[in-house]
Write a protein that binds this ligand. Structure first.
Ligand SMILES: Cc1cc2nc3c(=O)[nH]c(=O)nc-3n(C[C@H](O)[C@H](O)[C@H](O)COP(=O)(O)OP(=O)(O)OC[C@H]3O[C@@H](n4cnc5c(N)ncnc54)[C@H](O)[C@@H]3O)c2cc1C
Length: 283
């Protein structure tokens, strides 16, 4: 079977072939696609359609042959509807959409995330590990408590195998050090002398804070951040509901991954987002 792109005129219907609890209120699903599709790039997303319920953007956590992995955090009615789905049920997908992360060779890759932001970072880790070059990968993950840490077991396995360095923390000290992942990130940046790239995905306030840290260190040659903590409607640039000021960039087609130069220009970054009504609200 040759690899195809997903047709964009209608959702591609897929069967749920695996469902498991990943961490608190977050489930991972494996979807069997009816065709073998061309590789998704880390940071890109799909529009997930739950017939009769809702359609919303979801990051790509993995793609092997024709099996797509997603991680869904319970937020409101749409994600709740997916949580109720069982193995054998059918959902639709559109995509793959958006600009991906673009990791260069020869740098320290510093991945920092929280919540469902860990899903694109999972595919980024897999992509880096599959590269011909030996990559230096540090993962910084934080959550309120141990049961909210996503991909904990997998990240610890990779650590034991010497493939990544994992800096883990919780707000309540129930796992890893007590505090925020930015503490370990900054400590690392103070000690390292080689060029680094920061990749971040999670709550926008956290990313804005990380951006401020990264700016202090000239050895951080780029920061690539996923502005996925925003309301998005169509996913392909038609409705402009996800446009940011003052550039007018639409997160779905011009992002969701933006680099340092672009993030500097987005005055909305970490300050305002739009509600589903289009109205701006302070973050
Ligand atoms: C590119 C992208 C990738 C994503 N990837 C994932 C993923 O991998 N996994 C995942 O679980 N989710 C992901 N999301 C988020 C997911 O699409 C939303 O959380 C979705 O709206 C959930 O629908 P819902 O009906 O469950 O919740 P909703 O009812 O739509 O929203 C849940 C809560 O969030 C609030 N809210 C929603 N949008 C905004 C906003 N713009 N500003 C302030 N508050 C808001 C609502 O008021 C409500 O309280 C992604 C979003 C984007 C843009």
């Amino acid at each position: 079977m040759t690899k195809q792109t997903i047709p964009n005129d209608k959702p591609l219907m897929c069967k749920i072939i695996d469902k498991k609890e990943e961490c608190f209120e977050t489930l991972t699903f494996e979807l069997q696609l009816p065709i073998k599709v061309q590789g998704a790039k880390p940071g890109q997303f799909i529009m997930l359609w739950i017939p009769g319920e809702d359609e919303y953007p979801v990051g790509i956590a993995g793609l092997k042959e024709s099996i797509l992995e997603v991680g869904i955090a319970r937020m409101g009615p749409g994600t709740e509807a997916m949580h109720k789905k069982e193995i054998g049920d059918i959902v639709g997908i559109r995509g793959f959409y958006g600009k991906p992360f673009t990791p260069p060779d020869g740098v320290n890759h510093l991945l920092i995330g929280g919540g469902f932001g860990m899903t694109p970072l999972k595919l980024l880790i897999e992509t880096l590990l599959a590269s011909d070059e030996k990559q230096v990968i540090h993962v910084f993950e934080g959550a309120r408590s141990k049961e909210r840490l996503m991909y904990l077991e997998w990240l610890e396995e990779l650590t034991e195998q010497g493939k990544i360095t994992f800096h883990v923390c919780t707000d309540d000290g129930s796992y890893g050090y007590q505090g925020f992942p930015t503490v370990a990130l900054e400590k690392f940046l103070q000690e390292v002398n080689t060029p680094s790239v920061i990749y971040a995905a999670g709550p926008e306030k956290m990313m804005k804070f990380i951006f401020g840290i990264g700016k202090k260190y000239p050895k951080v040659i780029d920061m690539q951040m996923s502005l996925a903590d925003r309301y998005m409607r169509c996913g392909f640039g038609a409705c402009a509901n996800c446009a940011v000021d003052p550039t007018g960039w639409r997160i779905c087609v011009d992002g969701p991954i933006f680099n340092t130069e672009q993030l500097e220009k987005i005055s909305d970054f970490g300050v305002y987002k739009r509600l589903d009504t289009g109205e701006k609200k302070r973050i």
